[in-house]
Ligand binder design. Sequence first.
Ligand code: HEC
Length: 158
Amino acid sequence: MNKWQASAALTMALSAVIIAGCEKAPAPGSGRQSIPDAAAWIARGAGVYAQHCASCHGAKLEGQPEWRRRLPNGRLPAPPHDESGHTWHHPDEVLFAITRNGLLPPYAPKDYATDMPAYAGTLADDEIWAALAFIKSHWKASEILAARAQMMRDRQPR
Ligand code: HEC
């Protein structure tokens, strides 16, 4: 880490603490900022996913039927996490924040009614990253990988 990176990291760490205090942005999760790609994470995540996510998002990540149409209670069904869904459009830390903290501002309107649980308190941060590693391992289309690479570059601090 050079001097610039060190000071950028420190600034980010400090602002993360301040922002987390206002509950507006992701709480820092084990210092990790991106979804791991290693096979061990994916294997661990398969178990976490099967136990905690598959009941709504589908054993094959296919989501619930007609996931774009609101249920009679006004809530949205669980979307697919495979390539047909929307999940891959979000940067890594956004997916982490949604899974950990739930659909809170800035990722949803205030008091947004949703069936998506918040997993802080149920899953350790590493288990959340592992579940996301498993989900991410299903994104293989070159257009999706290119779009994600661009997205992850764009979010780097300047
Ligand atoms: C009880 C059902 C349920 C379970 C269990 C569940 N989810 Fe969800 N999830 C939802 C619903 C419903 C939505 C859509 C919420 C909305 O937009 O209102 C959602 C949305 C999401 C999103 C946002 C997707 C997007 O494209 O914006 C992510 C990420 C997510 N879930 C991850 C997970 C992970 C990871 C797990 C397991 C650790 C999990 N969910 C378990 C119901 C569930």
